[in-house]
Design a protein around this ligand. Sequence first.
Ligand code: HEM
Length: 466
Amino acid sequence: MKPTPPALPGLPLLGNALDFQRDRQTLFKKGYESLGPIFTVHLGPKPAAVLLGPDYHQVFFEQTDKRLNMDKAYGFLRAMFGAVAFTASPEVYYDQRPVLHAPFKREKMARYVQIMHEEVQRWLDSLGDSGEMDLTAELTTVVQNVAAHTLMGRAFREQAGSEFWALYATLSKGMDPLLPPNLPLPKFRRRDQAARRLREILTPIILARRDQADGQDDFLQEFVNTRLKSGGEVSDELIVQLLLALMFAGHETTVGQAAWTVIQLLQHPDDLARVQQEIAEKVPYGAPINLSLIPSLEQIGWAVLETTRMHPSADILMRYTAEEIEVGDYRIPAGWMTLIAPGMAHFLPDVFAEPDRYDPQRFAPGREEDRQHRFAIIGFGGGVHKCAGMNFANNEMTIIAALLLQQFDLELLTPEVRPLYGLGATRPGPSRIRYQRKAGLAPIVPPDTHTASDASTPACPHHTAN
Ligand code: HEM
């Protein structure tokens, strides 16, 4: 019988849990360098096998929904939004899948891109001619507005604003992977109150949409129009759960990578100059960035991808090992967790040249380091559960970078921006930026539609959650 993977030394009872919480990439690096690409960490008493490298990623994705189980690993999220997508059992997931994936059809994307452009421009117009901002905090509101507008339509985005996002923040603060979710704790009571109130807000909107079936071009309309694989209609409750799950999957993740994309460009003037030249040549001021233009913005695309490599918001992916699996020279017993770690695997030197160096040109024709293996870059996952919102997020990050850099000169004031690891997505810590509107580029949208700087809008839940 093969042995279990060798274990990193840790503390009694706690194992490697503290290092995991503080800076898991350093922990994984230590594991890789001392024990190889497959090793064990202990998160409290629980053993978890860590697999690093494209071939092992492939096993992880191919065994998902077979011997590796997603809903048992992410089960702690069920208390937030129910059994949906990655928190549902495989049978329930495959029944829901046509509904979950319906809003991501290619023909829908052109409209989402239009909305992204509108929302980003509204934000930029609200900034005034010059000032300072925390980039990550600002982008939090921009991404919230894009999410509200694309998921539930313009009226919802204009009206739901502060109450919705404040409730969503309370819901997120109830996220806890360790404690039983029904303990009588104040944070869990507040989580459940917020969930009830969110249902009260969303249910009438869903009912109204069922009456007036057409004319809207958002996620909600797709959920109302699509049927489950088994043929059944999607219940109001499932639509609420889908909307909340998508907010969770897509919001903080996009904020983090969008912010890092801009931060890393500001830290690398030569790469920034290439992007600036591309913008000058291909993105006329005031003209819409539409879906057909985006693939031609190669320099920005490679910068976005280099950020996915170096700062993946989802820096670990987890599964519960339902049945023993063999990987390489080892076996991972049933009952263990199995992890892959994009935040570490994207730095493996046999996959990426000089992996610590920021180098978007590694993806240019002739090098294409991402194409060497299907599972070399796994920032959006892989296999059947690969991120449904990947193109959505990449388009949004491209538009944010293109319009911001088109219209403002920026200076990064924070000398060293550090990643913050939390329960949700990994994101940049404080990231102060000084901005100056470029000469001759007057705001496009009237100033009464200001968004991101509106002080009544609450901060991202995860800025305070961890
Ligand atoms: C930079 C932004 C994003 C990142 C880094 C990201 C990352 C990921 C990852 C890693 C997974 C797979 C998780 C696993 O296998 O354990 C995933 C799944 C998913 N993501 Fe994203 N995501 C992003 C944006 C979005 C957006 C904007 C949406 C929706 C609007 C979205 C919707 C989903 C959904 C629905 C799934 C589950 C797909 C399925 O199981 O069929 N994501 N995401």
